[in-house]
Design a protein around this ligand. Structure first.
Ligand SMILES: Nc1nc2c(ncn2[C@@H]2O[C@H](COP(=O)(O)OP(=O)(O)OP(=O)(O)O)[C@@H](O)[C@H]2O)c(=O)[nH]1
Ligand SMILES: [Mg+2]
Length: 243
């Protein structure tokens, strides 16, 4: 515990591995971290495979680090061996930040226990929060049931789509319109970005009136375009939550 708070990465990794195995295995450790948790802002980044979530996370880290705040990333890997290439991709993209002591990245295997895909994520978030990170970014694929679960444990949910991401019926089915606090049309360098954004805005406007109106932004994550605006939108939402 003390070692973790002092920035010992090995001790942190061991604590996470223990909590990953379940609340029983973690025992007192989890309790100790829970007592210290509560200071971190938790931001979920979700969207279909390949929309650019990891690239956006990496760009966001750069923005956050210029403000001097520390950040931990939980990347939930897909369980399917068909998409395991993405796992490697994530690691490579996030490699940009490996030498930065203010950044910590943890991948979580998709294959979960009975609780589903990402059953361990809330516990891992508690450890990283208790370890003293200012911000937690949680990347998950898609918006299936288990991802919606994960999103119950974050303050702000960023939903990422791409131009030509599909028609409104598909979006409604996927539950995309209910869960987002901030919407991002990434790959805005591709054709159809502006119309995808307008479609989303129209669909969101047809939904129930909420006290927070989710903004729809366009980004080119690979170039860092729009990432500053995204970060501001996330912080606006934080302020809204605090009231
Ligand atoms: N043209 C374009 N390509 C992008 C952009 N952002 C990301 N990409 C590319 O899209 C591909 C997927 O990016 P990732 O960041 O791995 O996407 P992801 O959503 O994390 O993927 P999974 O974790 O596999 O679901 C990569 O080849 C990126 O270089 C963008 O703004 N424009
Ligand atoms: Mg990814």
């Amino acid at each position: 515990m003390d070692r973790v708070r002092k920035g010992d990465r090995r001790a942190l990794a061991q604590a996470i591995t223990a909590t990953e195995e379940g609340p029983a295995a973690a025992g007192d450790l989890l309790e100790a971290f829970t007592a210290l948790a509560g200071g971190a802002s938790r931001i979920g980044i979700t969207g279909a495979p390949g929309v650019g979530k990891s690239t956006l996370v990496s760009a966001l880290i750069s923005t956050i680090r210029t403000e001097g705040r520390t950040v931990a990333v939980i990347a939930v890997d897909p369980s399917s061996p068909l998409t395991s290439g993405a796992l490697l991709g994530d690691r490579i993209r996030l490699q940009d930040h490996v030498d930065d002591p203010g950044v910590y990245v943890r991948s979580v295997a998709g294959r979960g226990h009975l609780g589903g895909l990402s059953e361990a994520v809330p516990r891992i978030a508690t450890v990283l929060d208790g370890a003293g990170f200012d911000l937690l970014l949680i990347e998950t694929i898609g918006v299936g049931q288990s991802e919606v679960e994960v999103m119950h444990h974050v303050d702000t949910t960023v939903v990422v789509v791409t131009p030509g991401w599909g028609d409104s019926v598909q979006a409604a089915k996927a539950g995309v319109l209910e869960i987002g606090d901030v919407y991002v049309v990434n790959k805005a360098d591709l054709v159809g970005s502006a119309s995808a954004r307008r479609d989303l805005e129209v669909m969101l406007a047809m939904g129930p009136v909420r006290s927070w109106k989710p903004p729809v932004l366009e980004t080119v994550a690979t170039e860092g375009v729009g990432v500053g605006e995204l970060w501001r939108a996330v912080q606006d939402h934080r302020r809204h939550l605090r009231g």
